[in-house]
Design a protein around this ligand. Structure first.
Ligand code: HEM
Length: 405
């Protein structure tokens, strides 16, 4: 009896790890749904599993007619095709869709690969874009508290010099006014659903969204015109040179009182602003035009191809970028690029607006009246002031001090 008991206990102990292992194995394996009723096509269980984010083979219908589900009842209006056949064909773009207008893009009724775009747009794009702008504003507020307003250090002369003529100021304000409108309306279109609807309701958002879209689409032309004018007027003054290195070496004197590195008409900081506005502004304009004329100006597949040829995405670990894009994917990439680059430029421009207004005494006048205090010009653009003096466009104190013979 004792031997029998011992054998029983031993066999239980030895068998336990085996049964535990089998249970663990079962838990890790993905459940395979029974597809016999659908002839191998996906079941409701499969769809729900995919929605939970689990891996499910997407096309499971077998080509073997013998594995098809049993025919029950009369054929309906779909003939031999089942609902899931039709939906599957629509989803994978193999359905024979005919449209009377709209061309190839209109034949795409379901764009299966659009979900990641939608999720990215509503998720990380909105979140990190919003934080970038808020972070910039907070950083500038901290800078203001620590450094205060950058004052004109020397004694004011009471004399002014002309910094920007009327046409230059027109170009600046055309570009600036339109950019601010585009920024606000763009943010409303992107974030309104999440932030306006919960507070003000659907009606209010609908009105705001329709107005924003109209303003955004039409004001874009003013921005592009302003951008071209600003480029033509100021590109000559924005070519980097050796003076910029000296300016950068002392941080432009922005962080310390009484430090005034020499600069011509535009200092290195302004050159960074200028080229950011031109390059990012041009890129935003290009992607914006692509969105304004849907499906007419696809540019991403070509760009990705060129990038793939350079080998850069592969080196950076992204692998080859998709070189064949459906019309809708082109639009999705255009939207993302447009928004990402706009966020970066908006953050830069917020800093620019700060320094051009509250951040620095005397700066706003340059774009307001066009006339700046001579001492301001001496402190921030000494080489430019010397040029004006040589040309006789600014009073030259050294000559005035020379006694007349
Ligand atoms: C209320 C908004 C703005 C204010 C108060 C403002 C102010 C100024 C001022 C005072 C200057 C001349 C700086 C100097 O004399 O050295 C300037 C230049 C400039 N602004 Fe603006 N600006 C504003 C918006 C914008 C916007 C939205 C853009 C572009 C999208 C822009 C682009 C430029 C560029 C490219 C320059 C020449 C380079 C530079 O000085 O940094 N500005 N702005």
């Amino acid at each position: 009896m004792a031997r029998l008991l011992l054998t029983l206990v031993l066999s239980l102990i030895l068998a336990a790890p085996l049964t535990q292992g089998a249970a663990a194995q079962d838990a890790t394996e993905a459940p395979v749904s029974d597809r016999s009723a659908t002839g191998g096509a996906q079941t409701l269980e499969d769809i729900l599993a995919r929605q939970r984010g689990e891996e499910v083979p997407s096309r499971a219908r077998s080509d073997d007619p013998d594995s098809a589900g049993a025919m029950v009842g009369q054929l309906g209006s779909l003939g031999g095709a089942s609902d899931s056949d039709v939906w599957s064909a629509l989803r994978y773009g193999t359905a024979d869709v005919t449209v009377s207008s709209g061309g190839a893009p209109a034949r795409v009724l379901i764009q299966d690969r659009g979900m990641w775009w939608l999720e990215f747009r509503e998720g990380p794009l909105t979140k990190y874009g919003g934080w970038l702008l808020l972070g910039t504003i907070i950083a500038l507020a901290v800078f203001y508290v620590v450094r205060g307003r950058i004052r004109i250090d020397g004694k004011k002369t009471g004399r002014t010099v002309t910094r920007f003529g009327a046409v230059e100021r027109f170009a600046h304000w055309l570009m600036a006014g339109s950019f601010i409108l585009l920024g606000i309306t763009g943010l409303l279109v992107l974030m309104g659903r999440q932030f306006i609807i919960p507070v003000f309701g659907h009606e209010a958002f609908s009105t705001a969204a329709i107005a924003s879209k109209w303003i955004h689409n039409n004001v874009s032309w003013a921005f592009m015109l302003g951008l071209v004018l600003a480029f033509v007027f100021w590109v000559g003054h924005n070519i980097p040179n050796k003076t910029d290195l000296k300016w950068i070496a002392v941080g432009g004197g922005i962080f310390k009182k009484g430090v005034h590195p020499p600069a011509k008409k535009f200092n290195a900081g302004q050159k960074v602003i200028f080229w950011s506005v031109i390059i990012l502004g041009a890129s935003i304009s290009a992607s914006g035009l692509s969105l304004l004329f849907p499906f007419e100006l696809p540019m991403f597949a070509k760009t990705f191809n060129i990038l793939n040829d350079t080998g850069l995405p592969q080196t950076l670990g992204f692998g080859a970028l998709p070189s064949q894009l459906a019309p809708h994917e082109e639009m999705q990439y255009a939207q993302l690029w447009h928004a990402i680059v706009s966020f970066v430029l908006m953050a830069i421009i917020i800093a620019h607006i700060y320094i051009g207004s509250v951040g620095m005494e005397g700066a706003y006048d340059a774009m307001g009246s066009g006339e700046v205090e001579e001492q301001w010009a001496r402190e921030h653009h000494s080489l430019w002031l010397e040029e004006l003096q040589e040309k006789g466009k600014a009073a030259d104190p050294s000559k005035a001090a020379t006694p007349a013979e």
